[in-house]
Design a protein around this ligand. Sequence first.
Ligand code: PLP
Length: 390
Amino acid sequence: MKEKVSGSVREIVPAVIREMSLRAAAYDNVISLGIGEPDFDTPPEICRSALKDAIDGYTHYTPSRGDDDLIEALRRYIRNSRNIALDPAQLAVTHGGMGALIAGLRAILDPGEEVIVIEPHFPSYRAQVIFAGGTPVYVPTDFGDRFVVRPERVARAITPKTKAIIINSPNNPTGAVVPGPVLDEVAHMAMDHDLLVISDEVYDRLAFEGPYESIYVRPGMAERTLVVHSFSKSFAMTGWRIGYCYGPPWLMNEVVKVATYFTSCPSNVGQRAALAALRAESGQFERMARAFKDRCSLAYHRLKEMPGVRVHPPAGSFYIFPDLGEITQDSTQFALELLDREQVVVIPGSAFGPSGKTCIRISCTVETGLLAEAMDRIERFVSRCGGRNS
Ligand code: PLP
């Protein structure tokens, strides 16, 4: 039979990040700086608590909006950490941050509507906008600006079809943190043009320079912003698949409606683990965040000494995104040769959009000894290229 795949699904290529991991399986002694997840395991007390809850019967569907205990704990957590007071109707627990993005985009988009995506970007945005019937419109950023978006470029990308802007700060893959004044300008634009904003804040606890700034708290933005969060990165809980989002009640009702029909509800035991994480000693998560910061700093100091490599000090997340434009114009080939010759996995920057073409993404998610060894290997490879790749 002729394959009858939807055009929108066919146009999305397999994820490069997973592809690189598959290739790496053919090599020995590999150091993977590829996949974007903490190397820390979920703290045992959280696992034990979730296991106990499962034995006690938390094994059924929960309300689609999420476990009532978790919703309450999240309201408290958001009030204490962000000074934002939310009604229960403004919050929903989702299948990872990914579930919040999918439900949010599906809830707001009609066919042909445009979503402004600032790139380099988390690759799922493009796929999800397209799967929801929308059209992603790229706004580039520059290495020279530390990959912080220039508001005038966002302004130029707005058309009568624009429905929303996605902001991701700290950013995957660049580590960029969007400063307050830029958020102010984007907020004004959203108000002037009556646009929604999806603010992906899954790395908020990994902002290295000063208090976290969110577009949600700008005047008038609470009624037009969907904030996306996750337990994956900051609590080392990727496999539990729990995220959450908040926004205006009218939008949250529709987000929950979509999530209900797509997934019924998030995993019950996963939500109990998330609840345990909010009740756990928070110092352990701060220590994880500090470890990521120290590792990014180590990678930065090593990379900036390598010939032909340009890199900025990291501002947040656990990624570092050096530019290798003096060595290669093809980051995919660089990444493949680096794997082949030195068994280090990095992700070609082109996987995140055209502005990343000459960059690579390095996840600082291995302990410092191994990271230092990976830097030795990268340095050897870069020097062997004589500052120039084939
Ligand atoms: N948003 C960003 C920017 C990410 O990097 C990721 C995961 O890599 C997600 C959202 C989704 O994370 P999860 O679904 O594990 O919560």
